[in-house]
Design a protein around this ligand. Structure first.
Ligand code: ZN
Length: 305
């Protein structure tokens, strides 16, 4: 009888659940469309039925259920805070409610933190205990793994690396700051920079990538600018943490060859720590499975709250 847990990755429009053994083997998985905007009851019912599906054929109870959610988590209270995009979840005891409905301990985690943990467990971070993951998507998510576990800070909000300042008077961000990393190095940032450089309106990041690949000078500049911003942030993270590994995930990482030279040059110039200690900056390995693996790993960790 396998010792297993269940990981749930709750995205904005999609919910995935998997039963995973302690060795990282997926026993069963499902993916269902849901919409967090439709409210708590619907989302929780979808989640409960997905979990029931993946454990239906197992003969024992799972060790626990880890749930990655797109929001800040108050780890002590087991609630999602600042859940503006998730009606009904604000100040609702989602951890305790799920635990009661499913009869198993629940561990909540921020989705980017879960992805970082997944990469540490089964992806590009196997073999190291300390790493930083940046997910470059609509925004930039961050996760910090220290001594094999998520670094939470006192409330659970550490690792919001997309909101560190890379350009003091840069583009305004929804968080209230200007010049956040995510405004200068996400897929959305690529699109808005391309627009500002006159490449065209409503260009997708993929389109800008295609133009750059064909040699378009302004499109190439967009990715160089993204690389410089990433390098500025990564140099700071390397100086703070002196970790051996920094991983980049998300679709826009396909453009690695276009932004990495500028990124690495910026890190080299800005970080003494990087110049003197062996530090890798690499692509993450698990793609969209990272969050699912990370969520499943949470119940196996000893110190989860
Ligand atoms: Zn911000």
């Amino acid at each position: 009888v396998a010792d297993y847990s269940i990981g749930v990755d709750l995205g904005g429009t999609n919910l995935r659940a998997a039963a995973v053994t302690r060795e990282g083997k997926i026993l069963e998985q499902v993916s269902v469309s849901t919409d967090v905007k439709l409210g708590r009851e619907k989302v929780i019912n979808d989640l409960v039925s997905a979990v029931d599906q993946v454990r239906r054929d197992q003969h024992t109870r799972p060790t626990g259920i880890g749930v990655g959610v797109p929001g800040f988590i108050d780890m002590d209270r087991g609630v999602i805070t600042g859940a503006a995009n998730m009606p009904g979840f604000e100040d609702f005891s989602v951890r305790d409610d799920l635990s009661t409905r499913l009869g198993v301990p629940i561990v909540l985690e921020n989705d980017a933190n879960a992805a970082a943990l997944g990469e540490k467990w089964m992806g590009a971070g196997r073999g190291v205990d300390d790493l930083v993951l940046l997910t470059l998507g609509t925004g930039v998510g961050g996760g910090i793994i220290h001594r094999g576990e998520v670094l939470h800070g006192f409330l659970g909000m550490a690792g919001e690396l997309g909101h560190v300042t890379v350009v003091p008077n840069g583009y305004p961000c929804g968080c209230g700051n200007r010049g956040c990393l995510e405004k200068h190095a996400s897929a959305t940032a690529v699109e808005s920079m391309a627009n500002l450089m006159g490449l065209g309106e409503d260009l997708s990041a993929k389109h800008v990538f295609d133009l750059a690949s064909q040699g378009n000078a302004r499109a190439r500049q967009v990715f160089e600018s993204m690389g410089t911003s990433l390098g500025t942030a990564l140099a700071a993270f390397i100086n703070i943490f002196n970790f051996p590994l920094y991983l980049l995930a998300g679709g826009v990482v396909e453009a690695w060859n276009l932004f990495a030279p500028a990124m690495l040059a910026e890190i080299e110039q800005r970080s003494f720590t990087y110049r003197v200690s062996k530090t890798s900056v690499e692509k993450a390995a698990l793609g969209k499975d990272a969050g699912l693996y990370g969520a499943a790993y949470l119940p196996f960790l000893k110190h989860t709250r």
